[in-house]
Ligand binder design. Structure first.
Ligand code: ADE
Length: 240
């Protein structure tokens, strides 16, 4: 039987102490339109609902002493189990500066799947046993430390959702952008033709599409070499 069932919308489920932060910027512009149209879905599950005792406590002092508080394994375990029971099959990710770096490659892998269950931590971090016991994949959005995982979760969601079919106005622009060919993007220009004594490069006004493509490729390679020699070393020599 051919499968003509429409694919279920890509689902982002975020476990957070601050559900009111969502959708936030994810509700604006093309992603917000796509959310309203049901091309993807978003649910912020309040971790506080799984808190312990009268005060719905979610954290405690670190074993072994030291500054700050640690999010409790029992609270997080119960929250993850509840989210998984509602939406089985989502890869579970803990946003953490200690994780593997979020790259366009990982973003594309996640966008191709059913969605993501994202745990946004606060305080000093979360009990290590949850990471191991629930098989969480740790992902970092860069080598700096945020106050919590919510904005990192938003970064991951935005990067993935914009790759979903029908979300961006012009799918052709996806293939040319930064990182798709392992290169940074070439520079863009539009009207006016001359701005403050800075003209648009002649080649872009030539109408010669082959020359324009070659110029763009050369610029992308130059900019990548200058700014990101690490990427330049890995980029293929010729366009795919
Ligand atoms: N939480 C705090 N800092 C972070 C980072 N750099 N990436 C992902 N999650 C984080």
């Amino acid at each position: 039987m051919t499968n003509i069932e429409p694919r279920a919308p890509w689902r982002a489920t975020v476990l957070t102490l601050f559900p009111e932060l969502f959708p936030g910027p994810l509700g604006a512009s093309l992603l917000g339109d796509a959310l309203a149209k049901g091309l993807w879905s978003l649910e912020a599950m309040p971790l506080r609902d799984f808190g312990i005792g009268r005060h719905k406590s979610v954290d405690d002092t670190p074993a072994g002493g030291g500054a700050g508080m640690v999010m409790r394994a029992d609270v997080l375990g119960a929250a993850i189990d509840a989210a998984r029971a509602r939406h089985p099959g989502l890869p579970a990710i803990y946003l953490s500066p200690r994780g593997e770096l979020l790259t366009q490659h990982l973003v594309a892998e996640l966008a191709a799947g059913p969605g993501a269950l994202l745990l946004a931590g606060r305080f000093e971090g979360i009990d290590q046993r949850v990471i191991e016991g629930r098989g969480l994949r740790e992902v970092s959005i860069g080598d700096y430390v945020l106050a919590g995982g919510e904005i990192a979760a938003m970064v991951l969601i935005e990067a993935a959702v914009r790759l979903l079919p029908g979300v961006l106005g012009q799918p052709a622009s996806l293939g040319e952008e930064s990182f798709e060919a392992g290169l940074l993007e070439y520079p863009h220009y539009t009207r006016p033709r001359d701005w403050e004594g800075r003209p648009i490069p002649d080649v872009l006004l030539s109408g010669d599409h082959a020359r324009i493509a070659a110029w763009r490729r050369a610029e992308a390679e130059r900019i990548t070499r200058e700014r990101r020699p690490d990427l330049a070393a890995r980029a293929p020599r010729k366009p795919a």
